[in-house]
Design a binder for this molecule. Structure first.
Ligand code: BDR
Ligand code: CA
Length: 314
């Protein structure tokens, strides 16, 4: 089992990513850290606690709350049109008795990296603010963390929140660039691969028929929350009854790296551009000089990825 921290702005696809990670049995999730992004951080924490209860893991996995704002910017509005007001498609899940630990996310990450001596894998599903704060607290972190898988960015495809930029990178570009240049070993699971990895209503219908009784509540939650997500993608991208599984793919890549093809690229994040703020810029010249090496996912076996994500509930 991979020792894993999931850092999430627990929205609709983050929720499936967490549920998949837990149910896979392949990850020892040592904690979940939360961040603002899809919703304010308090709501991300609340959603995480409820998702853990839904997964049958109430009071077992520590939840540590992190950043409420980007490193240097101020966020006032949240994308309720994508994830709902509560971040999980406005589905009301039962409250948990678990409370977040008092240790903040950056300290938690630093402590776990020390304790787990080069065994810790971090999967970041939101803005990279918590990871940047942790790196500032412990500059030795890159030599202590085994690997960072992050959902974010776009190299050969369009952005989603702006023409050039993906939401997680755009939402705190300074943090993202700091993380990219930090020396951490990074795999970027960006829109190049996540946008192709689509969950369809037909998958959910099949899952409803075949899931284990103990997973019925989970599947019912997925059906309800995904209907909000599918609706957003129908309006924004004209996708019919389906949506890209951004965050679940990042957890999947950590657990099943063979599902993607990667290419090492030197990456930087645009932090000033008027049209290109938050763009992940790859120096694809023969002798790259700008940015730091990152393994960028460029191809995915999307059908297999969706099968692997769902078969843990069957
Ligand atoms: C990313 O942004 C959020 O809306 C999703 O949860 C995902 O992490 C996709 O761009
Ligand atoms: Ca997310």
């Amino acid at each position: 089992q991979l020792k894993m921290i999931i850092d999430a702005d627990t929205g609709i696809d983050d929720a499936l990513a967490i549920l998949y990670g837990i149910k896979s049995g392949k990850a020892d999730i040592v904690g979940i850290t939360t961040t603002f992004g899809n919703i304010p951080v308090d709501q991300a924490t609340e959603n995480t606690l409820r998702i853990l209860k839904l997964a049958g893991r109430e009071n077992e996995i520590p939840v540590s709350q992190g950043a409420s704002q980007p490193l240097t910017r101020i966020v006032k509005v949240f994308p309720t049109h994508v994830h709902g007001v509560n971040g999980i498609g406005d589905v009301e899940l039962p409250a948990s008795t678990q409370r977040p630990i008092s240790e903040p996310a950056d300290d938690f990450i630093v402590r776990k990296a020390d304790e787990l001596e080069n065994e810790l894998v971090i999967v970041a599903l939101g803005r990279l603010t918590n990871i940047a704060h942790a790196l500032k607290k412990d500059p030795e972190l890159p030599s202590k963390v085994k690997h960072l898988y992050l959902m974010g960015g776009a190299v050969h495809v369009a952005g989603n929140v702006t023409p050039t930029s993906e939401a997680n990178i755009w939402g705190d570009p300074e943090a993202a660039d700091f993380v990219f240049q930090s020396g951490l070993k990074i795999t970027m699971v960006g829109l190049d691969v996540t946008y192709q990895t689509r969950l369809r209503q037909s998958h959910l219908d099949l899952l409803e028929q075949s899931c284990k009784p103990e997973n019925r509540e989970i599947v019912s939650f997925l059906n309800r929350s995904m209907s909000y997500y599918f609706n957003f993608y129908r309006q924004s991208d004209a996708l019919q009854q389906c949506a890209p599984m951004h965050d679940p793919l990042a957890v999947l890549v950590a657990l099943e790296p063979g599902i993607v093809q990667t290419q090492q690229m030197h990456l930087s994040v645009e932090c000033k551009g008027e049209l290109t703020l938050g763009m992940t810029v790859a120096d694809l010249r023969r002798k790259p000089v700008a940015g730091s090496p990152v393994d960028v996912c460029i191809n995915v076996d999307a059908d297999r990825a969706i099968d692997l994500m769902l078969e843990v509930f069957v």
